[in-house]
Design a protein around this ligand. Structure first.
Ligand SMILES: *Cc1c(COP(=O)(O)O)cnc(C)c1O
Length: 401
């Protein structure tokens, strides 16, 4: 058999992705190796998924142990890893109840359906409007792309689910005006990830909370990218001194094994009564076994405090690079969700930086065409940051030249 190559992708895969040429075959911590044995530093982390790096030995063990015991049951039965994980999520957050899915989009789908159902059951079907924000990203199912605020992702897929309004993020006045008795949910990311690493202001977050209370609307926080330690707390809402009604998690939750979760307060969770929603694989024993272990490693003082310190190193390095090459307008984000917005001169060129980084054996991400995004392992070492950032400096030098 000939070597599996990037060319084969174009031949046998649907053209919805355009992957880079390198095909990684092995990973360990923050390092990856390709088919030729070339080594890379990974600051992309599978788009904020590999929060404990690649093949963390404890996650590998958890997976292997569970693989010898039990894989799947269906929801006709519950299983021990799912119960254990749900209990952890409930004990360490605002939530009373958990629903498991296989991805972030499905967790949001459950959250949006819950909001509609809760409003319909309690206030009638007139109360069905969902408010979300431009540039937001909530997944790729038809409902979740429709709630998401990026029209390029819904184009051609019409007719779309109705009753969804998109407002400017962080605009309190606009929000006050738009909320009404018909609003069933306000949905937002504490830091817009795909939208460019833009943080919700504290006032805005409080206003969303207050307006949801006033209008009996469900406050849904999409923490699929910000959750599970990424911002330096278990969930990003914990920085704000508020609690949502419903929160969605995925990505880092399974550390690379597909799993999503919707967390809810009792009152709202009750809307998803028997038979109203479900998923064949949701709460799968293998996924939950890995997620349990990931939770135990992430939710420690040591891991969480480290994130704040490591962010400082990234921020300092990026500022040094900027002083030398004048490429950024702003370094932003929170914890190890790091955004570097390109200045006027480099608008639209984030992909060039990403490609140049790869040529220097460094994997990074973009968040839209104008923002470079780093979402490394939460366990990245200082030495790895140094090594990765000097590769990044070389990449920047090349793009600027
Ligand atoms: C990645 C992401 C999603 C979608 O998750 P999938 O697992 O790809 O379905 C939804 N919301 C946010 C904020 C995300 O970052």
């Amino acid at each position: 058999m000939s070597k599996l190559s990037r060319t084969l992708f174009d031949k046998v895969m649907v053209p919805n992705y355009s992957p880079l040429n390198v095909i990684p075959v092995k990973g360990k911590g923050c390092k990856l190796w390709d088919q030729e044995g070339n080594e890379y530093i990974d600051f992309a982390g599978g788009i904020a998924v590999n929060a404990l790096g690649h093949c963390h030995p404890d996650l590998v063990n958890a997976l292997k142990e569970q693989a010898d015991k039990l894989w799947h049951l269906s929801n006709v039965y519950t299983n021990e890893p799912a119960l254990e994980l749900a209990e952890k999520l409930v004990n360490h957050t605002f939530a009373d109840k958990v629903f498991f899915s296989n991805s972030g989009g499905e967790a949001n789908e459950a959250a949006f359906k819950l909001a509609r159902k809760y409003a319909s059951d309690n206030f009638g079907e007139e109360k069905h409007e969902i408010i979300s924000f431009t540039q937001s990203f909530h997944g790729r199912t038809l409902f979740t792309v429709s709630v998401g605020g990026q029209p390029k992702y819904t184009k051609g897929f019409e007719p779309l689910p109705q009753g969804i309004t998109h407002l400017e993020y962080n605009n309190i006045k606009m929000l006050e005006k738009a909320v009404s008795e018909k609003t069933c949910a306000i949905v937002l990311e504490p830091v817009q990830g795909e939208g460019g690493i833009i943080k919700a202001e504290a006032d805005f977050m409080s206003k969303v909370r207050a307006l949801c209370d006033k209008h009996n609307a469900v406050m849904v926080l999409d923490e699929i990218q910000t959750g599970m330690g990424r911002t330096g707390k278990l969930f990003a809402y914990m920085h704000y001194g508020i609690e949502p009604d419903v929160l969605t998690s995925a990505k880092a939750l399974g550390g690379g094994f597909p799993i999503g979760a919707m967390l809810a307060k009792e009152k709202f969770a009750a809307a998803l009564n028997i038979g109203s929603h479900g998923s064949t694989y949701g709460g799968n024993a293998l996924a939950c076994a890995v997620a349990n272990k990931a939770f135990d490693i992430i939710n420690t003082e040591e891991t969480l405090a480290g994130i704040v310190e490591k962010r400082e190193i990234f921020a300092t390095k990026l500022q040094m690079i900027d002083e030398k090459y004048n490429v950024f307008s702003e370094v932003r984000g929170q914890g190890l969700l790091v955004g570097a917005a390109l200045n006027e001169t480099y608008q639209g060129r984030a992909r060039d930086f990403m490609v140049a980084a790869l040529e220097n054996n460094l994997m990074i991400l973009m968040a839209g065409p104008n923002v470079i995004r780093l979402a490394p392992s939460l366990l990245v070492s200082e030495a790895e940051i140094e090594q990765g950032m000097s590769a990044f400096e070389k990449a920047v030098a090349k793009v600027v030249a």
